[in-house]
Design a protein around this ligand. Structure first.
Ligand code: ZN
Length: 455
């Protein structure tokens, strides 16, 4: 080992190693913030240490409007009425505001146990649709916010071209989202120069309704897109499924599987409304179903067919999407509870007798989240970024919990957050429930939101 690489050695009483808890909890962090080989004396960091969870779906700016669309409007309040509130709010957000909002959000994510965020970013241009002097200004605001807080990011600039399946142009409030294929590929190209250990670039197609078929083919065939993660919103809404059937003769997931080489590089966000043949084909493809249960509940989207999808061997991950809630615990809890309420049965995610629901969910979301983020594996192994969370040994929920019960207590018992410390890229960014810069970031956030509320 080179003299210049200073390795710090840690140990946990129990460490989550991908498939389950290990009592041999040694972790070594090298000077680049990655995990290395363990040796020598180690500092004890806690009783229960886990890999940080990837958040596979985020629209950072929406954090600032969480709670502003909960007042009854017309009798048919739905996703589409929520979207009007969101558009009005987005109109006043520029790069400085976006950076302040995103930094606050990323602090909250880290404190909740997310150490990587996939940012599905479509707020590209000035409010009238004119590009900024530096066309990637809004993307850079997100990158700066992530680096300020320590969270790792897969930035997914979004291609958004039309206002519906009929190919109608973007409405005035959507113009700042829009690109042609050539300007989109230029943006992608310019962002690739920022790639580093804490930043990956991927591709996002907003949805089938916003990207015509010819444009989708052109982007997927473009040289810089090979090998990148590809994310798309799909089948979130019944109205979207009906429009897709009417204009393209197939349901959204069915159509996508028929018209693109959907494989493990893909993340189908929401994928809420699936028929049986779509469930098995999607599971076989290796793509990740990107589930955002608290947002899907908040928007009244519907329920994903979890049991059938897991039986078919499907891969899933979780995201906080609109950020009505920012917590992997709550996403996984509601993923399970939605199914219990609908089926009047318990312990749905566990597929075999004696399996723990919590362990099944955490394991699945780690694996799928890593795949969607373009990371090699969702585990604390040599060569991966040192992203780990330490649970609070003193929490009553974990008192007298055995290895077999700790994860279920973490995910299902109580409301007090149990994430005490968080290491991101080898740095302790959260210690004793506090992020290292949370006061300054929160006060900057507060003044930006006050400004936005007054505008
Ligand atoms: Zn979304």
């Amino acid at each position: 080992m080179s003299e210049s690489i200073h390795t710090r050695n840690y140990r946990a009483d129990r460490l989550w190693l991908g498939e389950g808890w290990s009592e041999d909890g040694a972790l070594a962090v090298d000077s680049t913030g990655h995990l290395g080989a363990t040796e020598g004396p180690a500092e004890r960091i806690g009783g229960w240490v886990l890999p940080g969870m990837p958040n596979l779906h985020s629209h950072a700016f929406q954090r600032a409007m969480a709670g502003l669309a909960e007042r009854k409007g017309r009798s048919d309040d739905s996703f589409w009425t929520w979207r009007e509130t969101m558009y009005a709010f987005a109109a006043a957000i520029g790069p400085e505001q976006l950076k302040a909002i995103a930094a606050q959000l990323y602090v909250e994510m880290l404190k909740a146990g997310y150490t990587h965020v996939c940012e599905f970013h479509y707020l590209h241009h000035q409010p009238d649709g004119t590009p900024y002097g530096q066309p990637e200004a809004m993307s850079l605001a997100l990158i700066e916010a992530a680096r300020e807080t320590g969270i790792a990011m897969t930035l997914l600039p979004v291609l958004y071209m039309s206002g519906g399946f009929d190919g109608r142009p973007l409405a005035p409030r959507q113009r700042r989202f829009g690109h042609r294929v050539d300007s989109y590929l230029r943006l992608l190209d310019s962002l690739k120069q920022y790639e580093a250990a804490d930043l990956r670039i991927g591709v996002a197609l907003h949805s089938l309704r916003a990207v015509p078929e010819a444009a989708m083919r052109e982007v997927l065939a473009a040289e810089p897109v090979r090998d990148l993660p590809i994310h798309i919103h799909i089948a979130e809404q019944i109205g979207e499924v009906q429009d897709c059937l009417a204009t393209r003769g197939a349901r959204p997931v069915e159509w996508l599987l028929d018209h693109a080489d959907v494989d493990a590089r893909w993340c189908l966000v929401h994928a809420t409304h699936l028929e049986d043949n779509e469930v098995s084909r999607l599971a076989r493809s290796g793509a990740v179903a990107g589930l955002c249960p608290t947002t899907e509940a908040n928007l009244g989207d519907g329920l994903f067919p979890l049991a059938d999808y897991l039986d078919a061997g499907g891969t899933l991950g979780i995201g906080s999407d609109s950020h009505i809630s920012v917590s992997p615990v709550e996403e996984l809890r509601w993923l399970e509870y939605g199914q219990r309420l609908a089926t009047r049965h318990r312990n749905i995610a566990a597929r075999h007798e004696h399996d723990s629901v919590g362990e099944t969910l955490w394991r699945a979301a780690l694996r799928g989240g890593a795949r969607a983020a373009g990371l090699p594996i969702g585990a604390l192994r040599e060569g991966t970024r040192a992203d780990a969370i330490v649970l609070d040994d003193d929490a009553p929920q974990l008192a007298a919990r055995s290895v077999g019960a700790a994860m279920d207590s973490f995910l299902f018992a109580g409301n007090r957050p149990l994430v005490r410390d968080v290491m991101a890229g080898g740095q302790w960014v959260v210690r004793d429930f506090c992020h290292r810069d949370e006061a300054g970031i929160a006060s900057r956030y507060r003044s930006v939101v006050e400004q936005l509320a007054a505008s």
